[in-house]
Design a protein around this ligand. Structure first.
Ligand SMILES: C[S@@+](CC[C@H](N)C(=O)[O-])C[C@H]1O[C@@H](n2cnc3c(N)ncnc32)[C@H](O)[C@@H]1O
Length: 202
């Protein structure tokens, strides 16, 4: 019997539970990493919109392999117990003056990974414009805090100015592209902008 995409999505949830991750989103980062090699052991990584913590935990376990640091920031606390030793977590708006100062203190970063998303209202144009705003803020942060040669992942809702951001990223990175992991739910309109090898200087 054929398996529907929704069944497949459920299988990601079950797998996340079995593997000890708080959210199925971990497999999106797994696919992005397999295709784009975003993080390597020893890196200092900024995880924006990190809660409940699957990307953070995956980065700690599988990408840094215990070597390196993760700065995780979210409006909500991480749901990880214990918090891995490589992780420093901040709770608050990543783009507020106060949190930004803490991020700058901990930067610059070899990689910035952002799965940040607005609370959806069910109104596609409102949701996409909020997502676009978040994505733009992450790109601005990256131009200030990414090391030369660094990599960037930004979630954006499709239709939310992704093409314009991609064009900007192509002028800042040696390579930039859009990637929609198979682990995204079939009814989700999210996608990811990936920038590899940042050309700016810090
Ligand atoms: C899809 S969830 C992230 C899931 C996470 N990557 C994981 O694997 O567990 C999106 C997150 O973005 C966060 N977020 C949205 N706006 C934010 C902001 N301005 N600053 C920090 N976090 C934000 C939300 O609180 C939410 O936890």
């Amino acid at each position: 019997m054929a398996t529907s995409r929704r069944d497949k999505a459920d299988s990601y949830t079950l797998r996340a539970r079995k593997d000890g991750y708080p959210a199925r989103s971990v497999y999106k980062l797994e696919e992005i990493q397999a295709s784009c090699h975003i993080v390597k052991p020893g890196d200092t990584v900024l995880d924006v919109g990190a809660a409940p913590g699957s990307w953070t935990l995956y980065t700690h376990r599988m990408l840094l392999k215990g070597e390196g640091r993760i700065i995780a920031v979210d409006l909500n606390p991480l749901n990880l117990n214990p918090i891995p030793p490589t992780v420093t977590a901040f709770v608050g708006d990543a783009f507020s003056k106060e949190i930004r100062a803490k991020l700058v203190e901990n930067g610059p970063f070899d990689a910035i990974i952002s799965d940040a998303a607005p609370m959806t209202m069910g109104n596609r144009s409102v949701d996409t414009s909020r997502s676009e705003w978040l994505a733009e803020q992450v790109l601005i942060l990256a131009t200030e805090q990414l090391k030369k040669g660094g990599n960037l992942v930004i979630k954006i809702f499709q239709g939310g100015g992704q093409q314009e951001l991609l064009v900007r990223m192509r002028s800042l990175f040696a390579k930039a592209k859009t990637l929609k992991p198979k682990a995204c739910r079939s009814d989700s309109f999210e996608t990811y902008l990936i920038g590899m090898d940042y050309q700016g200087c810090i």
